[in-house]
Design a protein around this ligand. Structure first.
Ligand code: PMV
Length: 308
């Protein structure tokens, strides 16, 4: 029986989290760790899913349901997943598995599906399962590299040159799981109470992310680091940082990082630091001594692709 294996990368939010939910741009990069989905046609009309590393198989189930409804499929299919990254870091295993499942089905049944079609379908699945989300993680899993992104895929622009490819990042995991949907709701509640203040913060984040773009493309790390620090200050004001994140961020800064901030929804998961190469080792030690786990990942990696 025909069988295909597809892989999709995880992601790291570089700048612009939360504001992206309100229509502002963000910058996201992909990580080297990939999630794999193997799809195979089986007799009958059953769906079999083996997804031991995926915390929520609804993403796979809903992806199959949507694809079958859209493309008029009936065949039985077996899907199994393998993950190169642990779900604990918040690298986006849900969006990666959704994208990889849809891509695997399109290849298995020879249904040509453009990246844009794939984005629309995967984003619909993610919204159905978790209600909230800008779709930045879905775009990262599909297009790969480093992206300039606006909610719902209104803008998906690859940021591509030799400096962006070599983004000098260090990632520190807090050991605390973050709940993105809940944090998005928390920011929405804060905005209900203080609309003018929160909108001001969102606009300030937009200005920072916009200013960062040309400096990122030029590899002007000192400036980019300073924008990251300012972005972090705004995230503090949205109450999405935490003492653990702050401890790791301060450790990285004191050890010589150009800039450091939380990455993603906040309150846990990972922080990122932009680091001069000669300070990387000291910064990694500082993050570890502050109680963090240094996660070594390549960034700016390829989007969804067929493996076999
Ligand atoms: O926690 P993560 O890595 O899924 O990032 C969430 C980023 C938010 O901007 C808070 C939400 C979103 O979907 O853009």
């Amino acid at each position: 029986m025909k069988q295909v294996t597809v892989s999709a990368p995880g992601k790291l939010m570089f700048m612009g989290e939360h504001a992206v939910v309100y229509g502002e741009p963000c910058i996201v990069t992909t990580v080297g760790d990939r999630l794999l989905v193997t799809a195979e046609i089986i007799a009958g009309e059953k769906l079999q899913v083996e997804a031991p590393q995926v915390k929520d198989t609804r993403f796979v189930d809903e992806a199959v349901k949507l694809f079958y409804a859209k493309k008029g499929m009936k065949n039985g299919v077996r899907l199994s997943t393998r993950s190169g990254f642990s779900g604990k870091y918040g690298f986006g295993s849900s969006s990666a598995v959704t994208v990889a499942t849809l891509k695997a089905l399109s290849l298995l049944f020879d249904v040509p599906t453009s990246d844009r079609d794939l984005f629309e379908m995967a984003y619909q699945v993610v919204l159905k399962v978790q209600q909230e989300g800008s779709g930045f993680d879905v775009a990262a899993a599909i297009y790969g590299g480093t992206l300039w992104f606006k909610r719902g895929g209104e803008l998906i622009e690859p940021l591509e040159n030799s400096t962006v490819r070599e983004l000098p990042l260090t990632v520190g995991y807090t050991g605390v799981k973050s709940n993105s949907a809940e944090l998005v709701k928390r920011v929405a509640a804060l905005r209900e109470r203080y609309p003018a203040k929160v909108d001001r913060t969102m606009r300030a984040i937009r200005a920072l992310v916009t200013q960062t773009k040309p400096h990122l493309l030029r590899g002007n790390w000192q400036m980019v680091g300073s924008f990251m620090d300012q972005n972090q200050e705004h995230l503090r004001q949205l109450h999405v940082s935490s003492t653990t994140l702050e401890r790791l961020i301060n450790a990285a800064k004191s050890a010589g990082a150009y800039g450091a901030k939380l990455s993603g929804a906040g309150s846990g998961d990972c922080m990122i630091a932009l680091v001069p190469s000669e300070r990387r080792e000291d910064i990694e030690i500082a993050i570890t001594q502050a109680g963090g786990e240094v996660v070594r990942v390549a960034t700016h990696t390829q989007g969804v692709r067929q493996e076999t």
